[in-house]
Each structure stands twice: as structure tokens, then as C-alpha cells.
Design a protein around this ligand. Structure first.
Ligand code: G3I
Length: 320
């Protein structure tokens, strides 16, 4: 059995991975990406973001996103679509524009309507708003928050719902996987959207963790329950567990334990629909370029050899 096969056998919708266009020239990489026993779902790591899809105002470019959407369709894999509104990877026409509340709301709605309409029927879910919170649970300073206020969030969800009534609409963030102010902030975002009478379907737990300091399974599960109590589903959307290099047998064993407890939290939570790793191989992980001296965060090493983490995940899913 593979990871997705095992996830399906216990009633989850998918186990999947992020990928990105440059990697698709690597044929050995693509052959594992296409292994649907392991991956029943894929997420484009960059090619549906604002800078990729609307590089200049009202000019939309979907070629790279479409490449990944077509790959998913050809493989019969679900597509998680990522993301519509974020403070990062915005083109300069957005970040350096002169905006009023009205003109920025119009630009936001135009972006969401065009992108969601283009991918209508192709996505299981959209990450509608990504990383709106500071670590203390207050709203992050961004062009969106400063110009529109918190209403940009329900406006974004309402616009996405109008463009595709059948896609699941998620709020997605990191460090909201364990109890604390930021998790409370994420729950408050769900309540805010609901208070506007607008549809919100899920909370995405990015789950970018660190070997040896991954939150416990019980804390992750109780935090998932704090969201599902609001009537939404949850998913683990960007899982990886990094370490300070070099990797050792002890670190790899701890990493397997940490993957297992994280996957286990989703397994024990009925409203946790699926798990996505933020790419499957250390060869293409985002971690080393962002955290100097850290890496080895994925379940497969840079030579595409399975690490102990693979077995930790499979076992947590009840597979053998
Ligand atoms: O597209 C340019 C290319 O033209 C240029 O030659 C190259 C040189 O550095 O950079 C390319 O842009 C890079 C882009 O990925 C596409 O490859 C950026 O430098 C790089 O910063 C960017 O990193 C992405 C990161 O988001 C940006 O914040 C990662 O690949 C992507 O995995 C990462 O994903 C995020 C999620 O969207 C949200 N949650 C956190 C997660 C990890 O940071």
C-alpha cells in the first residue's frame, strides 16, 4: 500500500504533495509524483499565486497553473488550489499601487473572480486567504488589512463562493496547529466570515514543523477540534518537519515520530479530510533557502530514497 491508499482505507479524502513547475523537467521526480498509490492529491506550490496569475492588472496568465492542474487530472489526483489572497508574492502593481478602499476591493474581486472562474470544477479546495495573522493572533499588516480592514477576508470568501459554489473555501495559516493566541485568531477568522453570512468550509493547518519540537498529537488533535466545533473541516496543507543539518540517524528517527504524531492527529479527527506534504523530496524543499543550515524536512531524501518518516506516516495511517 501507499500513503494515499492507506489514507483512503481509513476514510480520508486524500494524501498528497505540493509540486512546482521547474521540477516537472525531472523525469525521475515526475514518475514518483505520478505514483497515485502515494499521492491522491497535488498542490501547485507557486503557480496559482497572484504574481503568477495576474502579473499586470487585469492580464491573467494561467499556463503554469494549468500544467499542474492538467497533470492532476491526467493522474486522477485531486487538486488543492493555492492561493487567492496573501501578503507575499504580490506583483508590484498591487504592492506599489495607489489604492482606496473601493479601488482595492474592486481589484481583489476581479482577481478572485477571474482565477476561481478559470479553475472552476478543477479544484477540491481553494486557500482563499493565506497567513492573515501575526503570531499573537492580531491581524498582520498588509496592503489588504491596511486599505480595507478585516472585511477583506469575508469579501474574498464571498467573491470566491460566487465564482464557484462547489469548491471548498479555506483559511490557511501556520502556527495555528497548536493551542494559543494564533489558533484563537484563526478560529475568530472563521467566526468573522460566518458573521457576515458568508461560506467558509475549512481551516488549513500548514504544519511547517521542527524535528523535536513538533506539537504533541493530543494538542494538534484538540486544536483541530476547536475548528471543527465551528462547523468547518480541517486539512493538513503544507506538512514538512525540518532539522538542523547534517541529518543523523537519531534526527531521522525523531522526525519519523514527529510525522507520525502529526498524521495521527488528522487520523483521530473525523473532520480532518486529508494531508498534504510541502513537496515529497528534500531535493525540492523550500526549507534550505529560507532557513540557513536547516533542511532534510521531507519524507524522501534528495536522491528519492524513502526516509524513516515515510514508514512513520504510513504506519500512522494504518498502512503496512
Ligand atoms: O520566479 C522567480 C524566478 O524568476 C527567479 O529566477 C528565482 C530566483 O530566486 O526566483 C523565483 O521566485 C521564487 C519562487 O519561489 C518561485 O520559484 C522565489 O525566489 C522564492 O522565494 C519562492 O519561494 C516560495 C515561497 O512560498 C515564497 O514565499 C516557495 O517555492 C514555496 O514553496 C513557498 O510556499 C509557501 C506557501 O505558499 C505558503 N506557506 C509557506 C510556504 C513556504 O514558504
Amino acid at each position: 500500500a501507499g500513503l494515499d491508499t492507506a489514507a483512503a482505507a481509513i476514510g480520508k479524502l486524500y494524501f498528497g504533495t505540493a509540486t512546482d513547475n521547474p521540477e516537472l523537467t525531472d523525469t525521475a521526480y515526475v514518475s514518483q509524483l505520478n505514483n497515485t498509490a502515494d499521492f491522491g492529491q497535488i498542490t501547485p506550490g507557486n503557480s496559482q499565486k497572484w504574481d503568477a496569475t495576474e502579473p499586470s492588472q487585469n492580464t491573467f496568465t494561467f499556463a503554469n497553473g494549468d500544467t499542474i492542474a492538467k497533470l492532476a487530472e491526467a493522474n486522477g489526483q485531486k487538486l488543492r488550489c493555492h492561493n487567492l489572497v496573501w501578503h507575499n508574492q504580490l506583483p508590484s502593481w498591487v504592492t506599489s499601487g495607489t489604492w482606496t478602499n473601493a479601488t482595492l476591493v474592486a481589484a481583489l474581486k476581479n482577481h478572485i473572480t477571474n482565477v476561481v472562474t478559470h479553475y472552476k470544477g478543477q479544484c477540491y479546495a481553494w486557500d482563499v486567504v493565506n497567513e492573515a495573522l501575526n503570531e499573537d493572533g492580531t491581524y498582520r499588516t498588509s496592503i489588504w488589512y491596511e486599505t480595507i480592514g478585516e472585511a477583506y477576508i469575508p469579501i474574498a470568501f464571498a467573491t470566491a463562493a460566487a465564482a464557484d459554489p462547489n469548491v471548498k473555501l479555506y483559511y490557511n495559516d501556520y502556527n495555528i496547529e497548536y493551542s494559543g493566541s494564533k489558533a484563537t485568531g484563526a478560529a475568530n477568522i472563521v467566526k468573522l466570515i460566518q458573521s457576515y453570512g458568508v461560506k467558509v468550509d475549512g481551516v488549513g493547518l500548514q504544519s511547517h514543523f521542527i524535528v523535536g519540537s513538533t506539537p504533541s498529537q493530543s494538542n494538534q488533535a484538540s486544536t483541530m477540534a476547536s475548528y471543527t466545533a465551528l462547523g468547518v473541516e480541517v486539512a493538513i496543507t503544507e506538512l514538512d518537519i525540518r532539522m538542523t543539518l547534517p541529518s543523523t540517524d537519531a534526527l531521522l528517527a525523531q522526525q519519523s515520530t514527529d510525522y507520525s504524531s502529526t498524521v495521527g492527529a488528522c487520523v483521530e479527527t473525523k473532520g480532518c479530510v486529508g494531508i498534504t506534504i510541502w513537496d515529497w523530496t528534500d531535493k525540492y524543499s523550500w526549507v534550505p533557502s529560507t532557513f540557513s543550515g536547516q533542511g532534510a524536512a521531507c519524507p524522501w531524501d534528495a536522491n528519492f530514497v524513502k526516509k524513516p518518516a515515510y514508514t512513520g506516516i504510513l504506519t500512522a495511517l494504518g498502512g503496512t
